[in-house]
Design a protein around this ligand. Structure first.
Ligand SMILES: Cc1ncc(COP(=O)(O)O)c(C=O)c1O
Length: 369
């Protein structure tokens, strides 16, 4: 391919391949150096090509949020998958069972008595067994049992269910995205690890072995992963990074592998309009409370611009003093949240330097059936 990415139609999702490979390598080296298993969360990229690269670089398996993502990855031949989401409805359990029937080494997150009973009931009918990982709440206050005694109680209940076996305990410290400074981030990461290790130790004291103790969020995994007793990390966003990670101090702008190429579609005396609205850049400003991002994405080489407003297909950028951008000029935007933006596109355009070097599908995008 001898095309320059500047010549592409817009909006286009650009993936800087050298930056992507460096990010994959960094995660992999961290895991190796600390004797940790690496189970990247693929909700960020939803791409078979990228998942395969992560596996080639030493990941032992994948994490997904949705069963549909797990189905796409399993069909591509990656079999060790944790669905880190509470699966409890009959239709979803049946879907999980179909994955087991295909030979997927599926692990499901569990966090209530009611849920494990529903799993048991459905699995008894088919005769399958499944590995479950107890999810503990380390402060995000989303899903998960409270660490310690509540985790032990759930683990004991699993022991009585013939079709379920306990593989691990895990947590996700998503509230790290609201950390105000490095100190607070460290505090959250250590609490994340503590929630898992203390729960696992309490289970083992009660005679229930917990082989996997897993933590993961891009802001915390390097801190939580080095705590004694942790065996696995599950970074997701770290494969791309984005403006939220830069705002948190977790990544440098140069490490951000994903950007959106957009065009100027209107120039006015106090604003520039871009062909990138909420259906391209998404409305994220930090899901869990971060307020250090400016506007709806960082416009590369144009620090004077702030993307102040988005309608569906228009992005309105205001500027300090003046801007030299003209109609049909193109700029790159590093999104606030790479994971939601990737989900908006059918494909990644791979770029190396000023050239296009390939195209990869966003295989598991959407997935809302
Ligand atoms: C259970 C679980 N593990 C890992 C991750 C990865 O987090 P991040 O994208 O911050 O690395 C997430 C993100 O939502 C998650 O929910």
């Amino acid at each position: 391919m001898n095309q320059k990415w500047k010549d592409l139609d817009t909006p286009a999702l650009l993936l800087d391949k050298p930056a992507l490979l460096a990010n994959i390598q960094t995660m992999s080296e961290f895991a190796k150096e600390n004797s940790l298993n690496l189970r990247p969360h693929i909700k960020t990229h939803k791409s078979i090509e990228i998942a395969n690269l992560q596996m080639e670089h030493g990941a032992i398996g994948l994490t997904t949020a949705k069963l549909e993502e797990a189905e796409v990855m399993a069909d591509a031949g990656i079999t060790d998958i944790l669905v880190a989401y509470p699966v409890s409805s009959q239709v979803k359990i049946e879907r999980a069972i179909r994955l087991l029937q295909k030979g997927t080494d599926l692990k499901l997150a569990v966090d209530s008595l009611e849920q494990i009973k529903l799993l048991q009931k459905a699995l008894e009918k088919t005769g399958h067994t499944i590995e479950v990982w107890i999810k503990v709440n380390s402060g995000l206050n989303r899903c998960g049992v409270e660490p310690g005694e509540d985790a032990v109680e759930l683990a004991k209940a699993v022991l009585f269910l013939s079709q379920l076996r306990i593989g691990g305990i895990f947590t996700h410290a998503g509230h790290s995205y609201g950390a105000k400074n490095a100190e607070e981030l460290k505090h959250i990461a250590l609490a994340e690890a503590e929630a898992v290790v203390s729960s696992a130790e309490a289970c083992e004291k009660a005679g229930i072995p917990i082989p996997v103790r897993s933590v993961g969020s891009t802001p915390t995994y390097r801190l939580a992963g080095t705590v004694d007793g942790i065996t696995e990390v599950r970074p997701g966003n770290a494969v791309f990074f984005d403006s939220i990670q830069v705002g948190l101090g977790v990544a440098k702008r140069e490490q951000c592998a994903l950007s959106v190429l957009v065009s100027v579609v209107g120039v006015y005396k106090d604003r520039i309009v871009l062909d990138s609205g909420s259906k391209t850049l998404c409305l994220d400003k930090g899901a869990h409370g971060l307020d250090s991002v400016k506007g709806y994405g960082f416009v590369v080489d144009h620090p004077e611009l702030t993307i102040e407003r988005l309608s569906e297909e228009h992005g309105v950028a205001v500027f300090e003093n003046s801007s030299d951008l003209r109609l049909n000029d193109k700029v790159r935007i590093i999104p606030n949240h790479a994971c939601t933006v990737a989900n908006m596109f059918d494909e990644y355009t791979l770029v190396e330097g000023d050239r296009v070097s390939g195209q990869w599908k966003v295989d598991a995008r959407g997935m809302r059936k």
